[in-house]
Design a protein around this ligand. Structure first.
Ligand code: CMX
Length: 436
């Protein structure tokens, strides 16, 4: 059975569960929420459903029920590598099943077939001022391809069917996913490598091809595979996932939805934090002439950052209450990679890990003083020569697309409603509080 048939079977099995919950148990309360949650970004209000990943505050992310180490261990590996195919991970996210080598190969072949970036996208990228942020370029390239949406075309021709429209979304998502690595690579080479480009190598998988197209070494192929998988999904309430879902809930197609999600990822409190981490640590290293600082010097620098009203980038999280396992996974990669282990920037990041949590605890504001994914990811990129830190969020975006596109395929399959939470006025909240 091919991926689409497996997915159809899963969808047919899942639909009655959702219908039953709404029809027979729709009045059952899920929870209660407070004024602080209403004003504070809806934090902790359970108003989204996804089966693709779940974020436990203490344990961290599970993809389809599996922890990060379990996921890496279970998926079929690229021959000659300890890391799995990104394509197999896509299969897992969509179906909940660990694919066989043959099932993985089906996605590898399908994405290769779809990977050609249309010339008009290249023209649009080239027409943008060269100093445009790479995330603006990435988002523009995605939305430009909206004219190719199969979902939008069929909808406009009156062929919308609630039961089968997920199939058009599925096709759109595969085409889009296949093109994201070549688009990212094009932006990278155009902006930072003298506008010289490297064509895709049809013998390589998605992650390896990205490494190849940006002009990277063989070792970086594993970095790309790891990076895209680690950044893929973090359940559906984070800004990029929620935005993609929200826009899709208006029956907007995958192109509109993903482009919107990417715009959310570009914010400094979300995906851009990995750029901020690198800027912050590099500035610090530069001031010290490349020397790793003492703990005391670092503590002072952290307080200076906090006292000037800035956040410590890469630390804290809206849901997590312990060290992000995505941080740990990348830290282990550094510790196991000769050269990286003793790299001054890694040593500094490791030292920040020793010092920052205590500083944040003393500061007393952040609910989670531990590092998140962004605190570690830039060091690995920098070590391999991807030193253009404004590009890091594009890497995040390619990975994040795996999660959000799998989610919106399921949104269509289960017919999730258009989102429309209710607003209140400040006076209404004062009344609820009994102060009026
Ligand atoms: N440094 C300094 N202050 C911090 C902080 C940090 N790293 N993390 C949180 N705080 C502050 C908040 O700004 C907030 O202050 P105010 O009360 O003055 O507004 C207070 O602590 C409480 O915030 P919180 O409930 O702990 O955290 P939020 O859910 O509001 O925000 C996050 C979460 C990630 C935006 C925040 O921790 C932060 O700004 N971290 C730094 C940026 C970062 O690393 N972002 C990447 C997140 C990972 C991802 O992209 O998924």
């Amino acid at each position: 059975m091919g991926l689409k048939d497996v997915l159809k079977k899963k969808i047919d099995e899942q639909r009655p569960r959702t219908t039953k919950l709404v029809k027979e148990f729709g009045d059952v309360k899920v929870g209660e929420y407070t004024i602080a949650q209403t004003i504070g970004g809806g934090r902790g209000i359970k108003s989204l459903v996804t089966d693709i990943s779940y974020l436990d505050p203490m344990e961290g992310i599970r993809f389809r029920g599996m922890t990060i180490p379990e996921t890496f261990a279970a998926l079929p590996k690229v021959p000659g590598s300890d890391y799995p195919y990104v394509e197999g991970f896509w299969y897992l996210l969509l179906t909940g099943d660990v694919p066989t080598v043959e099932q993985t190969q089906e996605v590898v072949d399908m994405w290769k077939e779809y990977a050609q970036v249309p010339q008009y996208v290249i023209d649009i990228l080239r027409a943008m001022p060269r100093d445009s942020h790479p995330m603006a370029m990435f988002s523009a390239a995605i939305v430009a391809m909206q004219r190719e949406s199969i979902f939008a075309k069929n909808y406009s021709e009156g062929k919308f069917n609630k039961m089968t429209c997920w199939e058009d979304m599925y096709e759109d998502c595969n085409i889009l996913m296949a093109r994201l690595a070549p688009i990212g690579a094009y932006i990278y080479r155009m902006k930072y490598k003298g506008d010289t480009h490297i064509p895709a190598d049809p013998s390589l998988d998605f992650g390896a091809n990205f490494a190849h197209m940006i002009g990277q070494s063989k070792e970086y192929m594993d970095v790309a595979r790891m990076y895209f998988i680690l950044h893929s999904d973090h359940e559906s309430g984070n800004v990029s996932a929620h935005t993609t879902h929200l826009v899709a809930s208006a029956l907007s197609d995958a192109y509109y939805s993903l482009s919107a999600g990417i715009n959310g990822l570009a914010g400094p409190l979300h995906g851009l934090a990995n750029e901020e981490v690198l800027r912050w640590t590099q500035n610090f290293l530069e001031k010290l002439g490349g020397e790793v600082p003492t703990k005391e010097g670092l503590e002072k620098a952290l307080w200076d950052t906090l006292n000037s009203g800035q956040v410590i980038p890469g630390y804290g999280h809206a849901v997590l209450r312990k060290t992000d396992p995505r941080y740990t996974s990348q830290r282990e990669f550094c510790l196991n990679t000769p050269g990286l282990k003793d790299y001054p920037l890694f040593k500094l990041v490791a030292l920040i890990f020793e010092v920052a949590p205590d500083v944040l605890l003393k500061h007393g504001k952040a609910k989670n003083p531990w590092p998140n994914v962004d605190a570690q990811s830039g060091v690995i990129q920098w070590y391999y020569g991807v030193t253009q830190y404004e590009f890091y969020t594009v890497l995040f975006g390619i990975g994040r697309a795996l999660g959000v596109l799998a989610n919106i395929t399921w949104d269509r399959a289960l017919g999730y409603a258009i989102e429309r939470p209710k607003s209140v006025t400040t006076a209404m909240l004062e009344e609820v509080a009994g102060i009026k």
